[in-house]
Write a protein that binds this ligand. Structure first.
Ligand code: GCU
Length: 613
């Protein structure tokens, strides 16, 4: 690893010292983070691996307001002053390592419950290319992150579950470079999500990081999908950064001998519309992917894409024009076996492999956009996806800045993931309290989602109210959704498993319904009678009665029981049973399948639950 010390005249500055230049230059305006489609298809210099780390609970490295003279950073800033003879109180070269990607909570015992800032630093060697730009690509950093390259501030991003890209062209130079990041996972009331969640607040650079190189004029986003109205027509657009009007763009699908040429408008956007013959539509039974080549000038992207249509007709969901029932399961981004934040292809293959084995054609990726390895795997495996923006529980819906954060994360989610055939539903929210501010907030988000992508369905997981043994679905938010999601916990948080047998449903919308959560906790290996809570038998009993009830809901078109695998949550401390895990998984975090897994699997595989029409 090249040394990170640079001599600058008579002052020898360690890389960390140069951060202080960055810190001192903190007021510089960095480039706004951008969402790119297909960033994972581009040649990249990986920044994965060991990074030096400094835990900074008082964030002295960036903000120190206690003493005026220490303003704008203290111990990370001390060596900036040439006459400063004070002690150097930090040194990345001597600091312990943290792996990227990966949350810090499961890498270091002392950080298991930690919430606050952590500094990261690593060196990298880079060779800038002529007529090209360099972008820092980060799959996700939870929750708020600041970035410097060679002491120059290059980016700031808020949001723990969406990918972002920052232009570092002016900051990198040939040969040795270094990068520093500060990542703060502190929960705040005006964050998205807000203070309370039922999942572990895994902090850090939790997904892959890299430097991607693109031509000065390049394709930053694209949207190609089958027309719902014209058979055999692929429509959409490509957007070029660095382009004005009249720049030629080409889209080719060699296997279909199909090619489209177009030119950009004044905003760099080129409308694409071409007819293909012999196209095999993507579906769970036949997850056909095509090689798609997008080209413009010196830039090209080689994509793997499926083409299908998804729409509703009355209370039916139509995939490629045919009614379909979404046999699903909910999934958190909890890594099987090792636990911690999931991010890898292997994590995705394991989780989605279990879902396939369960008999699923659908997964609800809760409660935030998952790593793009999940959607890529779902494309390949033929699993439809509900992707969700983390508007979770009681946000500050009357705060315009909170709306801007939710809207920014939605734009990043759709901008990054829009070309995955597996994604059929964009979920706006989960279990938000029904009040005018909330309904206005999410109505605006739904309009934004439709503006960004008119080819998919809009949903949300709603709470339902009860009158005796009748569940009433009348949340006003239902008016703006294409598909109504509802969460209910008959047999766990309410009543008894047998209550499901006498529960009626009063659904006030003539739209498809998905029961997006039901279930109960069970510790794998704990056995007893089926009315003994926390046992596998009790959880199995819930599933038996739930499935019976669901089959009596005429407009039910999907279900995603809560949840595939046990996941960590600070809200679940019951010693010896939960031990900081939510145990509603059908599988334990160590891969142990519980009795309820086999009940649901039998129902799915025998077609004993759910009617497509
Ligand atoms: C809620 C919520 C989930 C939570 C679950 C539970 O419905 O949507 O995030 O984990 O219930 O209480 O287990």
């Amino acid at each position: 690893m090249p040394s990170s010390r640079f001599s600058l005249g008579r002052i020898t500055l360690s890389c960390a010292t140069l951060v202080c230049c960055g810190v001192a230059a903190w007021a510089q305006t960095a480039n706004a983070p951008l969402a790119f489609t297909g960033a994972d298809r581009r040649p990249a210099l990986s920044l994965n691996g060991d990074w030096a780390s400094i835990v900074d609970p008082y964030f002295s490295g960036l903000f120190s307001f206690h003493h005026e003279e220490k303003k704008n950073g203290w111990f990370l800033n001390r060596k900036a002053q040439p006459n400063d003879t004070g002690p150097t109180e930090y040194d990345f070269d001597k600091a312990p390592k943290l792996k990227v990607p990966g949350d810090w909570n499961t890498q270091r015992e002392s950080l298991f419950f930690y919430e606050g800032p952590v500094w990261y630093q690593r060196n990298f060697t880079y060779q800038p290319q002529e007529h090209s730009r360099a972008f820092l690509h980060v799959g996700a950093a939870n929750y708020h992150s600041w970035w410097w390259v060679n002491g120059k501030k290059v980016c700031e991003h808020e949001g723990g579950f969406t990918a972002f890209n920052c232009d570092v062209t002016e900051a990198v130079h040939p040969g040795d470079n270094f990068i520093v990041a500060a990542v703060d996972n502190t929960r705040r009331e005006d964050n998205v999500p807000t203070l309370e969640t039922d999942w572990w607040n895994y902090g850090g650079i939790t997904r892959e990081a890299s430097i991607i190189t693109v031509p000065n004029t390049f394709i930053d986003q694209y949207d190609l999908h089958l027309s719902r109205t014209q058979d055999g027509v692929i429509e959409g657009w490509t957007h070029l950064t660095g382009a004005g009007a009249g720049v030629p763009v080409e889209v080719e699908i060699p296997e279909l001998h199909a090619k489209a040429q177009a030119a950009t408008d004044a905003n760099g956007k080129a409308a694409i519309h071409f007819t293909v013959s012999g196209l095999e539509r993507w579906s769970p039974e036949h997850p056909k992917l095509y090689a798609v080549k997008l080209r413009t000038g010196a830039d090209s992207i080689d994509e793997q894409m499926g083409f299908r249509t998804i729409e509703t007709r009355g209370t039916q969901i139509l995939l490629n024009g045919k009614p379909i029932f979404l046999r699903g399961i909910s999934i958190h981004a909890e890594a099987p076996y090792r636990t911690g934040r999931a991010w890898s292809d292997k994590d995705a293959e394991t989780l989605l492999g279990w879902a396939k084995d369960l008999g699923c054609n659908f997964v609800r990726l809760a409660h935030y956009p998952h790593d793009e390895t999940m959607q890529r795997a779902a494309d390949r495996m033929g699993i439809m996806v509900w992707s969700e923006n983390p508007v979770y529980w009681a946000l500050k819906f009357d705060n315009s800045q909170v709306y801007d954060k939710a809207s920014q994360q939605l734009e990043e989610e759709i901008g990054t993931l829009r070309n995955h055939a597996s994604i059929v539903l964009w979920s706006m929210a989960n279990e938000t309290p029904s009040n005018p501010a909330r309904t206005d907030f999410i109505t605006r988000l739904a309009a934004k989602a439709r503006e960004l992508d008119g080819s998919r369905l809009i949903t949300a997981a709603l709470l339902v109210r009860a009158q005796g043994n009748t569940k009433i679905v009348d949340d006003p938010l239902g008016k703006v959704l294409d598909v109504i999601g509802v969460n209910e916990y008959i047999g766990w948080y309410e009543a008894h498993p047998e209550t499901a047998d006498v529960t009626q449903w009063d659904i006030r919308y003539d739209k498809p319904l998905i029961v997006s959560e039901f279930g109960g906790d069970a510790k794998a290996g704990l056995h007893g009678s089926d009315n003994q809570r926390w046992t596998e038998e009790y959880q199995a009993n819930i599933y038996r009665h739930q499935i019976g009830m669901l089959n009596r809901i005429p407009q039910l078109r999907g279900m995603s029981p809560w949840i595939l695998m046990d996941f960590r949550s600070p809200n679940r401390p019951l010693a010896g049973i939960q031990d900081e895990f939510n145990r509603k998984g059908l599988i334990s975090d160590q891969g142990e399948k519980k009795q309820a897994y086999y009940i649901l699997q039998k129902a799915y595989k025998e077609g004993a639950v759910g009617k497509p029409e």
